[in-house]
Design a protein around this ligand. Structure first.
Ligand SMILES: [Zn+2]
Ligand SMILES: [Zn+2]
Ligand SMILES: [Zn+2]
Length: 338
């Protein structure tokens, strides 16, 4: 819980190869080595380095309480979803990107990003002469963002001077990298991140999903029955974000029916009118139809030019001729009434 939905495979940026950093022969600086690391050279049981690596993986995943990871035996590859939290960031649609999709999102203020899918594989010489081989995917990062993140990983590695680096790397990927990305604009203490519209939507959907998951897992006090109920049994009103329990909201709406005064239901906490979407999800489909009809009737009866057909009780709108003759004609059954 609280991890949010995973990005779908088709949203992932193109698969990139494995990278690792290797201590150069001069011994004084680390250099980025993009050589293919496909073969798991030296991965044999009983190897002390591998034992240490497995232990490091176990400890580190426990520290971050990752549940969603695999450690493949044969290749000693750790693969996991790395959640990313950020300080408040405004994700904005790129100016040049006119999204044709009907669900375009202009901007969204977020505190999290979809997770990285990360793989770290043991490599001979770890941690003294080599880092693990690694592979990173992120649905919202450009290749140049990923390049900067790799540079950050190299700096972390340099700081550690040959110590195991898994904790430090994961800690960095969990959000530490974000503020120094050159694609992030800093404006009077506020952070803006411009992305193509499609990605703004992905990020905003991801955060909505996380938000909903969190709401559902927490307890909320219903302002009507004063009971504490889990979010999954509550409704958070779209208009004012106050919540009440499903049971009380349903009874409240039904009581409005019975009183025959189908006024706009109001939040019991602050009096803000409820939106149709909230009413709809709290009523059965039959009840909602009834509700719509009553609302329509109420709206029409506030207009002077509407009369109700005495035969089938549908609404007839009077035109000038009707008004002159003081009559109504039912549009449904054509009954003429005075
Ligand atoms: Zn209640
Ligand atoms: Zn309210
Ligand atoms: Zn009629």
């Amino acid at each position: 819980e609280g991890r949010g939905q995973r990005p779908r495979a088709e949203d992932m940026s193109e698969e990139k190869g494995w990278y690792r950093f290797e201590l150069s022969s001069s011994g004084s600086h680390w250099s980025l080595s993009a050589q293919s690391c496909e073969e798991s050279s030296g991965v044999r049981e009983g190897n002390k380095g591998i034992q240490d690596w497995r232990e490091e993986v176990e400890t580190t995943t426990a520290i971050f309480s990752f549940e969603d990871f695999t450690l493949e035996d044969a290749s000693c590859t750790l693969t996991f979803q790395c959640p990313v939290t950020v300080d408040e960031v405004i994700v904005e649609r790129e100016q040049s990107d006119i999204d044709s999709g009907k669900s375009a999102v202009e901007s969204s203020t977020v505190h999290a990003l979809p997770p990285f899918t990360a793989s770290f594989r043991y490599h001979v010489g770890y941690p003294v002469t080599s880092t693990p081989c690694f592979r990173l995917f992120h649905p919202c990062m450009s290749p140049s963002d990923l390049g900067e993140i790799m540079k950050g990983l190299r700096e972390k590695t340099e700081e550690l001077e040959g110590e195991p680096m898994l904790f430090s790397w994961i800690d960095y990927l969990r959000g530490g990298f974000f503020n120094s990305l050159s694609s992030v604009e800093h404006e009077r203490g506020r952070k803006k991140w411009k992305r193509p519209a499609k990605l703004v939507k992905i990020i905003s959907d991801f955060c909505d999903g996380m938000d909903k998951q969190q709401f559902n897992s927490e307890a909320h006090t219903c302002p009507i029955c004063l009971e504490n109920k889990r979010g999954m049994h509550c409704v958070r009103l779209a208009s004012c974000r106050h919540s009440l329990c499903q049971h009380c909201l349903h009874s409240y709406l039904l009581s409005l029916f019975q009183d025959g005064k189908v006024q706009t239901p109001m939040c019991p906490e602050c009096g803000t009118g409820m939106l149709n979407s909230d009413i709809k999800q709290s009523l059965s489909s039959d009840e909602y139809l009834q509700w719509e009809e009553l609302s329509l009737r109420r709206a029409l009866s506030s207009m002077e030019d509407v009369q109700w057909c005495p035969r089938c009780s549908c609404a007839a709108v009077l035109d000038d001729e009707d008004r002159r003759l003081k009559r109504g004609i039912c549009p449904k059954c054509f009954f003429v009434f005075w």
